[in-house]
Design a protein around this ligand. Structure first.
Ligand SMILES: [Fe+2]
Ligand SMILES: [Fe+2]
Length: 364
């Protein structure tokens, strides 16, 4: 098969990681700078992970890009964040710039977004997921920016985002949605999209009526809106938080509920899920340490989606858990009395109906 994506890296381990991730969706060939690459006729994107301080590598990339068809995208993994590096990357024809610590699955996600611009490039179900995620992320950006700036959250944006998520899940399925959403570098948007998508798929498994499904997805999409007020330096901090930082993060449920109320939201599911999605059945959650029956049904369902979504994303220094690993962890939480076992069992069935990932396709 002709390669669609070329991964060029001067580090064998990273080359392999990027190629495996990209190979989940595209015919992918991995090379070191200087390799002979004969056939580039089908290539629509090059992922370059090389030091641009090495003149031979820069020349190699320039020639390679020139050999590819017009419009071929060059994704450059930036070894440094300074202006000089950006100019270097642009001078070789870079079109997408990625941080040096970018997760390989986020690279695959960016490739999916680029491919979705061309209807013939992607399988229709995957394309529906990628385009839906793009639209829903735009709505979320509007919602979170308003929340951050103390402006009212626009109900039309919430509706638009909710509809996009529900349509994409219906047309593309949850596995494609999770793949598409992995493209987003911004942890909050990525997480919110995941929780919203999981809620849409889960509510189908549960056989929700249309109105309940809409209420549930809408509420889960904005469940973490309170995080718009938490400093980014804390939200993005890798590893363990200091106690005072943790208590700031733990203020987000109350902040979220307040923001929704001050924006005129009266829908009980939205307000309850924003305030209580970190409560656990054994009383060990926050902010109110609610127990058992004090936690409503919608909230219990949202909490499972929320925990699962956090597990399947990387949280440096830990990597993302796989779908089966994440399911095992929430099953253990259920066994420990934190989550409702029947809900966790049903949640697992959401994934049973469709494959969670394709086998990697990586060429030499
Ligand atoms: Fe939260
Ligand atoms: Fe969350």
């Amino acid at each position: 098969m002709q390669a669609e994506v070329l991964v060029i890296s001067d580090t064998a381990e990273r080359c392999e990681a990027f190629a495996v991730a990209a190979g989940r969706h595209f015919e992918c060939a991995a090379h070191a700078p200087g390799d002979e690459i004969a056939d580039v006729g089908g290539v629509f994107a090059i992922v370059a992970d090389v030091s641009l301080d090495v003149p031979a590598s820069v020349t190699f990339l320039r020639i390679l890009k020139a050999k590819c068809m017009a419009g071929t995208q060059l994704l450059v993994v930036m070894r440094a964040e300074d202006r000089r590096s950006r100019i270097q990357a642009q001078s070789i024809g870079g079109t997408v710039f990625l941080r040096v610590d970018v997760d390989p699955s986020a690279v695959a996600g960016r490739l999916l977004q680029l491919a979705a611009a061309r209807p013939d490039r992607l399988d229709g179900r995957l394309r529906a997921a990628v385009l839906g995620a793009q639209g829903a992320c735009a709505a979320l950006t509007n919602i979170f920016e308003a929340a951050h700036a103390d402006r009212a959250i626009d109900a039309r944006m919430v509706e638009a985002g909710t509809q996009l998520v529900m349509d994409a899940i219906e047309q593309g399925g949850i596995a494609n949605w999770l793949e598409a959403v992995r493209a987003y570098d911004d942890r909050i948007y990525q997480h919110s999209l995941m929780v919203g998508g999981l809620a849409a798929a889960f509510s189908t498994t549960l056989g929700f009526a249309a109105g309940d499904r809409l209420r549930f997805v809408r509420a889960t999409l904005v469940h973490d809106v309170g995080k718009a007020k938490i400093p980014v330096s804390i939200l993005k901090k890798p590893g363990r938080l200091e106690p005072h930082e943790a208590s700031i993060v733990r203020s987000h449920p109350k902040l979220g509920r307040e923001m929704l109320e001050s924006s005129g939201v009266t829908e009980p599911a939205m307000l309850e899920i924003a305030l209580h999605h970190h409560e656990l059945l054994d009383g060990s959650g926050y902010p109110d340490g609610l127990k058992g029956d004090q936690i409503g049904d919608f909230v219990r369902l949202a909490t499972v989606c929320d925990i699962y979504a956090a597990l399947v994303c990387p949280r440096p220094p830990r990597a993302a858990f796989s779908v089966p690993e994440a399911l095992e962890i929430i099953e253990a939480d259920a066994a420990a009395g934190k989550l409702e076992p029947a809900i966790v069992r049903m949640f697992g069935r959401t994934f049973a109906a469709e494959p969670t990932s394709e086998a990697p396709r990586v060429g030499p």
